[in-house]
Design a protein around this ligand. Structure first.
Ligand SMILES: [Fe+2]
Ligand SMILES: [Fe+2]
Length: 447
C-alpha cells in the first residue's frame, strides 16, 4: 500500500500543518479544502488513508464519508475523522458509519502520526478484539461487571481485578495488550498504580486507559506524566471506549511485531558478522548513526525504526559476494568490482519477502546511490534519493572511514568529516545530512 494520505479540511492553516507533519514522518500528502474536492481526489489519487474534517463549507463531512463508503473504488479506504469539539455526536455517527478512528483538534504531531501509522500497519489485518488480553482494574462491582461484559462481547479476553495491588501484580506478567483502569481505587490512587506499572515493565509499554470522573486539566497532565495514554470520562461512552481500545490494542500489536522483527534482524546481523562479510559491528554502528542523524533531521516514530532496520541490514547482500573478492587486498578488476557492487541488489532480494519491509528493502537497494547520479545500482539523482537513503549513505561512509581497514588505519573523525565535505562539494552527499553529522559528533562517542 502506498503511504499516501489525503487531508480534507477547509482550514488552510490545518492543511498546511497536517501536510507538513505527514511529510516529516515520511508520508506523501494530498490536500483538499472542500468536500467535493476531497471526493474527487479520493477517486483519482486512491490514498491509503483519508483524514476528514467533519465541518466543511460545501457538504458535511458525514456526507463525504457516506459517498466514499458507497463508491466501489473508495469504500475500502480507511478514514480518520477530525473534529473541533470533544463531545461531538457526529463523530459517533461517523464511527457507526465505518470511520476507522477519530481525533479532536488541536492535534499534536505524536498523536497524529501514531494514529496514521496504525492505519498503515493494521488496516485489514486484524479483526476487532481478536482475543487480545485486556486487564480491567475497577473496584466497583457494577462498573467492573459491565465493562467485562462489553469487552468480552467485542472479542477481548478479559481479566478483571478490584484493587490497585492486584492490578500491579497482574500487569507485571506483561501479558496484557491494554490496561483499563479506574482512577479512584480503594487501596492505591490510580496514578500511583500506573507509575508502579511503568517502573516494573520489561516488555515495552502497555497502553493504559484511565476511566475517571475527574476531568480537570491538572489531573490529566498528572495522568500523562505518570504514563496514562488515554482518558475516558465516567460514565463511559461505549462507542468511545470501543474505538480507543481498538486503536490501542492495534498499537500494542504493532509494537510487539516490531519487537519480534527487530529480534529477527538481530539474528541476521549476527549471521553477517559470523560469516565475516563485513567488519565487526559495522552494521550496528551504521544503524545507530542513522538513527542519531534521523532524529536531528526531524525523522520520528516509524521512520526511525525503518532507519534502524535498514542500517542493520544494509550490507546483508555481502553474504552472497565471494570472500576472495570481498576481501581482496590488491586492486579489483572490473568484473570483481561489479560483483561487489551487486551486494546492494542481493541485499534487497534477501529482505524484500519480509512482510512490511518494502521501505527497508528500498533503502538496502539504494544505500550506495549518490545525489549526482554517480552511485549504483540505479544511478538515482537528486530527489530520487530519499532522505532515509541519504542518511544511511552518509552514516555508512562515515562509519567505514572511521574504522580500521586491512589496507589502512581508521581516519580520525575530523579528517573523515573533511573527506565527506569534499565529497559533498562534488555533489555526492546532501548538505543537510552532513551538517547533522557535524553537529552530532558528541553523541557518536559511545557507539
Ligand atoms: Fe554497502
Ligand atoms: Fe556498509
Amino acid at each position: 500500500m502506498e503511504r499516501k494520505v489525503l487531508v480534507v479540511d477547509d482550514d488552510i492553516e490545518s492543511l498546511r500543518l497536517y501536510g507538513e507533519m505527514l511529510r516529516r514522518a515520511g508520508y506523501a500528502a494530498v490536500t483538499a479544502s472542500t468536500g467535493w474536492e476531497g471526493i474527487d481526489l479520493a477517486v483519482k489519487e486512491h490514498p491509503g488513508l483519508i483524514l476528514l474534517d467533519l465541518r466543511l463549507p460545501d457538504i458535511t463531512g458525514l456526507t463525504v464519508l457516506e459517498t466514499l463508503r458507497t463508491a466501489l473504488s473508495t469504500r475500502n479506504i480507511p478514514i480518520i475523522v477530525v473534529s473541533a469539539i470533544s463531545k461531538d455526536d457526529d463523530v459517533m455517527k461517523a464511527m457507526q458509519m465505518g470511520a476507522f478512528d477519530y481525533v479532536v483538534k488541536p492535534i499534536t504531531y505524536d498523536d497524529m502520526i501514531r494514529r496514521v501509522e496504525l492505519v498503515f500497519f493494521s488496516h485489514e489485518r486484524q479483526g476487532e478484539g481478536d482475543q487480545s488480553p485486556v486487564l480491567i482494574v475497577e473496584d466497583s462491582t457494577i462498573d467492573g461487571a459491565s465493562l467485562s461484559e462489553q469487552l468480552t462481547s467485542w472479542g477481548y479476553q478479559v481479566t478483571w481485578v478490584q484493587t490497585g495491588r492486584e492490578g500491579i501484580a497482574q500487569a507485571a506478567t506483561g501479558n496484557f495488550d491494554v490496561i483499563l483502569m479506574d482512577g479512584l481505587l480503594p487501596d492505591i490512587n490510580g496514578f500511583e498504580v500506573v507509575k508502579e506499572i511503568r517502573a516494573t515493565e520489561r516488555l515495552g509499554t502497555t497502553p493504559v486507559i484511565m476511566l475517571t470522573v475527574l476531568s480537570g486539566l491538572v489531573d490529566k497532565l498528572k495522568g500523562f506524566e505518570s504514563g496514562v495514554d488515554e482518558f475516558l470520562n465516567k460514565p463511559v461512552s461505549w462507542e468511545e471506549l470501543r474505538v480507543r481500545i481498538r486503536s490501542l490494542t492495534r498499537l500494542r500489536g504493532m509494537a510487539k511485531q516490531r519487537f519480534a522483527l527487530s529480534e529477527v534482524v538481530g539474528v541476521i546481523t549476527n549471521a553477517i558478522e559470523l560469516a565475516e562479510a563485513t567488519e565487526p559491528r559495522h552494521n550496528q554502528k551504521v544503524a545507530s548513526i542513522s538513527v542519531i542523524l534521523g532524529k536531528r533531521l526531524g525523522v520520528q516514530g516509524h521512520g526511525l525504526w525503518v532507519l534502524e532496520m535498514a542500517g542493520s541490514l544494509h550490507d546483508v547482500g555481502k553474504l552472497v559476494v565471494r570472500r576472495e573478492v570481498l576481501f581482496k587486498p590488491g586492486k579489483l578488476d572490473p568484473s570483481e568490482w561489479a560483483e561487489i557492487q551487486r551486494h546492494s541488489e542481493y541485499g534487497e532480494r534477501i529482505i524484500r519477502p519480509i512482510h512490511g519491509f518494502d521501505e527497508i528493502a528500498d533503502i538496502v537497494r539504494h544505500h550506495h546511490e549518490k545525489a549526482d547520479g554517480s552511485g549504483y545500482p540505479d544511478h538515482l539523482k537528486g530527489d530520487q534519493v530519499s532522505l532515509l537513503v541519504r542518511i544511511v549513505g552518509v552514516s555508512d561512509s562515515f562509519e567505514a572511514l572511521t574504522s580500521d581497514r586491512p589496507y589502512r588505519p581508521a581516519f580520525p573523525r575530523d579528517q573523515a568529516l573533511e573527506i565527506l565535505h569534499r565529497e559533498m562539494d562534488e555533489g555526492h552527499w546532501d548538505p543537510q545530512v552532513i551538517a547533522a553529522l557535524s553537529s552530532s559528533l558528541d553523541e557518536l562517542d559511545n557507539l
